[in-house]
Write a protein of this length. Structure first.
Length: 319
């Protein structure tokens, strides 16, 4: 799992008075604030207001303008997928106020040996992904919040196709000096070869462009009493393929409960969709994009790099 990967950005500490000033436009005042240690980039605080309301305060570092996009996405998905709605966003300080959702992250539950709770939530996870995939977008690419009524999201940087966008990025990443230095030329060339080999089959399997979370992994999935209570952190949301999300949630397959996969697939297919026969291979190959992206980050630490290389080589060996 990724619990011990190095943090990519320093924690931004806030005093209780600062937090109260930030949430004052919502008519609220903080009574207590607790730093949440989980997360690798943004800083999060659990706060309780003087009216005994529990909320989440987030300081955006990686994508400071993502709160408007997160608000548009969560407003659209409310009632279909468990999400924490954005209540307030201050562009000047890059801080958002969100609903507090109960539960623990799937990552924490697995690290603490509570695999039964994770297994119980697997159906919900598959169902949530299926419902996100039903939100079809005209073209693949990066999204932004639409200021006009009607369609809440708009593609602002489109790709020729989902496969061209994703595999084009893999191609670019595998030529970056930092990636080559960290992975070795043999590994980066093997990633390119496997991507090209899978490209024709991927074109058939990706489906129409749809809403994709972009970081659908255990640290962003909240589980409460065996049910999915929230899909968190939508800063990488885009229009693409559901297979990316599957690759992310099954990235650490060996850590998942034995019956997780069966329940997840049942949840996904309960909405009428059917996974392709080779979904495991296709999803793992797409997740190589994330592996190469990790290796290209200046902030990547030695633990992250070593584990990402291990995951990459496991996928290359398997397929």
């Amino acid at each position: 799992m990724e619990t011990h990967w190095e943090r990519g950005e320093p924690i931004r500490e806030f005093s209780l008075d600062e937090i109260s000033r930030l949430i004052a436009p919502a008519g609220l005042q903080a009574r207590t604030a607790r730093l949440i240690e989980e997360g690798k980039a943004n800083t999060n605080y659990e706060i309780e207001t003087t009216c005994h309301r529990k909320l989440l305060l987030r300081h955006h570092v990686r994508e400071p303008k993502s709160a408007n996009l997160e608000r548009a996405v969560t407003d659209m998905l409310t009632g279909e997928v468990p999400v924490a709605r954005v209540l307030l966003h201050d562009l000047s300080s890059n801080v958002s106020l969100l609903e507090w959702m109960p539960g623990n992250t799937m990552e924490r539950l697995l690290s603490e040996g509570q695999s039964g709770e994770v297994a119980s939530a697997a159906f919900d996870l598959g169902l949530a992904l299926a419902r996100m995939s039903q939100h079809v977008v005209p073209t693949s690419g990066f999204l932004s919040a639409n200021p006009h009524e009607g369609q809440p999201l708009v593609v602002t940087d489109s790709w020729p196709s989902t496969v061209d966008g994703l595999f084009g990025y893999v191609e670019w990443l595998t030529h970056q000096k930092r990636v080559i230095d960290r992975a070795g030329r043999a590994t980066t060339e093997a990633v390119r070869r496997l991507s090209e080999q899978c490209r024709p089959r991927m074109q058939e399997a990706v489906g129409p462009p749809c809403i994709v979370h972009g970081d659908f992994k255990a640290s962003n999935l909240l589980i409460d009493e065996g049910r999915l209570s929230a899909v968190l952190d939508w800063e990488f949301v885009h229009s693409g393929t559901y297979l990316m999300s599957i690759g992310q949630i099954f990235r650490h397959r060996s850590n998942l409960p034995a019956d997780f996969e069966t329940a997840f697939v049942e949840g996904y297919e309960s909405e009428g969709a059917e996974l392709p026969r080779d979904w495991r291979c296709l999803a793992s190959v797409i997740d190589l994009l994330s592996m190469m992206d990790f290796l290209n980050r200046d902030s990547a630490g030695p633990i992250l790099i070593a584990e990402v290389l291990g995951l990459t080589r496991s996928t290359l060996a398997a397929y």
